[in-house]
Design a protein around this ligand. Structure first.
Ligand SMILES: Nc1nc2c(ncn2[C@@H]2O[C@H](COP(=O)(O)OP(=O)(O)OP(=O)(O)O)[C@@H](O)[C@H]2O)c(=O)[nH]1
Ligand SMILES: [Mg+2]
Length: 219
């Protein structure tokens, strides 16, 4: 009985989240705003990747919603580069949800046509479960975290529209089995592109930026 009640409450929470996310998405669409939900483990290179992509999209109006449990370190970094950012501190929550994103989007000076990056809380589990109104989910993996991640965190891989394998400059120094990794990725997700990148050298981000532009306005 107790289990049934718990499940019902969770379903209601998800339903309310999705209702709010759809409303946010309608607002984004009405204003030509394209939103990318950036997910990945702590330290995977989410902030570094947003910065590297922005460098390849200088003609775009870019805004960031920055999700962290505590601190404004990433927001300070982005603001210093002239990227307008709204910080969210979740105070312990392991993901961003739709009501939080709706509020943060209202607080940001979003121009019509902006490209909006939503840096989720560093976590390979919960962010995959919550739709916040984004157009695409970007999942960032690293060469340093090991090649078994698709096998251990399948939902994040299933839900991704694009995957970045970051820290590729370190591939010569770590035991990363690319063949095993790719087999795991493709068993879960047959279509999303996987692009090898390095936040240190900038490799690969032009291709990521081109994918975003194409996905936003298919030609
Ligand atoms: N060598 C190397 N270091 C990288 C690369 N990308 C990011 N880093 C470093 O990895 C660390 C984490 O990068 P961030 O971009 O802050 O990662 P994040 O995912 O935003 O981290 P959280 O917001 O804390 O979850 C920093 O010290 C970066 O300089 C890369 O491609 N190669
Ligand atoms: Mg970050």
């Amino acid at each position: 009985m107790r289990e049934t009640l718990k499940l019902k409450v969770m379903e209601e929470v998800q339903a309310e989240n999705d209702r709010q996310a759809q409303e946010t998405r309608r607002k984004f669409d009405a204003r030509g705003i394209f939103a990318i939900n950036v997910t990945g483990a702590p330290g995977a290179g989410k902030t570094t990747s947003i910065i590297s992509i922005a460098k390849n999209l200088k003609d775009q109006s870019i805004r960031v919603i920055e999700g962290d449990i505590e601190s404004n370190i990433d927001t300070v970094k982005l603001d210093r580069l002239g990227i307008d950012t709204q910080q969210i501190n979740t105070q312990g929550a392991c993901h961003l949800d739709a009501p939080v994103i709706a509020k943060a989007a209202d607080a940001l000076d979003l121009q019509d046509g902006s490209l909006l990056f939503i840096e989720n809380v560093g976590n390979l589990v919960c962010p995959a479960e919550f739709y916040v109104g984004e157009h695409v989910k970007m999942l960032i993996l690293t060469a340093t975290d090991g090649s078994d991640k698709p096998y251990k965190y399948p939902l994040a891989f299933e839900k991704a529209d694009i995957l970045l394998l970051n820290k590729c400059d370190l591939l010569p120094y770590v035991d990363f089995d690319e063949e095993y990794f790719m087999r795991g990725v493709r068993a879960l997700n047959k279509t999303a592109p996987l692009i090898k990148v390095s936040g240190k050298t900038g490799e690969g981000y032009k291709e990521v930026a081109d994918w975003i532009i194409q996905r936003r306005s298919p030609k």
